[in-house]
Ligand binder design. Structure first.
Ligand code: MN
Length: 304
């Protein structure tokens, strides 16, 4: 299923020769991960395919997609870097090797009592930063594959033991989400945060999910009304833009509620639950649109 989706997605932007190259990597990965299964019981190959699919949605190049498909064959199948080099070239070999070697340690390791024990934070942080910078200066695509790999692991965390879920979720929130943030991959950052939130604070996660679904009808009607108003105004300025309403991400709502309560402020169940995204074609159009929005609604001077 996922495989078909991946091929379909790649066909949308890749030449036939590049697609053939990726298909070869897919075959190689399928062959090597044959008879391997994830903790969930799913065939192992689903994991690299999902990792590659996320990157295909970002329209990454064929080298990245092939490497994403092969990213676990060194570690889990004993394939050598040389073998990958012979079959798929040096770029893919370096990327797969880079992903395999990039192991990030969490300074907030749990001790045996299950309490968070910060050990040599500075040293570990410095070591992590060095690893990330080295990987990025070699090829930033290593980090992108690593992030997509982590996202799929987070999405399939259900199958793991509770203590491992918490450990991995904490590491994701402390290291991977901020990394996605620094790289400006917002979709990745939000997904990583929301998944971590789900495992680290399950009660609060449920509470916010309920709040969002309870307010869904009201929220949607407000968003649609706002979109119409914006649309009417930007058309007058001859700007063609796409306007989307989106529910805010759970973790960002949670942080906002926390912030408000520490400031003694009331969280607004409608206004604080929505966000609107407008995509225009040029930078000047973007500023004009911002001006239009500020004419329609008064900006809050204090950043909240
Ligand atoms: Mn992996």
């Amino acid at each position: 299923m996922e495989t078909n989706l991946l091929i379909k997605q790649l066909k949308a932007y890749m030449s036939k020769s590049k697609l053939d190259f990726v298909k070869e990597a897919l075959l190689f990965a399928q062959k090597n991960h044959q008879n391997q299964f994830r903790k969930s019981g799913d065939p192992f190959i689903d994991h690299p395919v999902s990792t590659a699919l996320y990157l295909a949605n970002m329209r990454m190049d064929s080298t990245t997609i092939a490497s994403a498909l092969l990213h676990d064959v060194i570690e889990d199948c004993g394939v050598t870097k040389e073998e990958i080099n012979e079959k798929f070239g040096l770029h893919v070999a370096n990327l797969v090797d880079g992903v395999t070697k990039l192991k990030i340690n969490n300074p907030k390791a749990k001790n045996s009592n299950g309490n968070i024990q910060v050990i040599d934070t500075e040293q570990i942080r410095a070591a992590n930063l060095r690893k990330i910078l080295t990987a990025m200066s070699d090829d930033v695509r290593v980090i992108l594959i690593k992030l997509a790999d982590r996202l799929h692991n987070m999405l399939t965390l259900e199958a793991l033991k509770k203590e491992n879920q918490v450990k991995i979720a904490q590491e994701t929130l402390d290291i991977y989400a901020p990394l996605a943030h620094r790289l400006g991959i917002w979709d990745m950052k939000w997904r990583l945060e929301d998944q971590s939130f789900k495992y680290l604070m399950p009660e609060k996660y449920k509470m916010i999910s309920r709040l969002i679904s309870r307010k869904r009808v009201q929220r949607e009607s407000y968003v649609n009304k706002a979109i119409k108003e914006i649309q009417a105004e930007i058309v007058k300025s001859q700007i063609t833009g796409n306007i989307y309403g989106r529910p805010k991400h759970l973790y960002s709502i949670y942080k906002k509620i926390e912030r408000y309560s520490s400031q003694g402020k009331q969280f607004d169940e409608i206004y604080d639950l929505i966000a609107i995204r407008i995509i225009v074609k040029t930078v000047p159009e973007c500023y004009s649109t911002l001006g239009i929005i500020h004419n329609l609604w008064k900006p809050l001077t204090k950043c909240v």
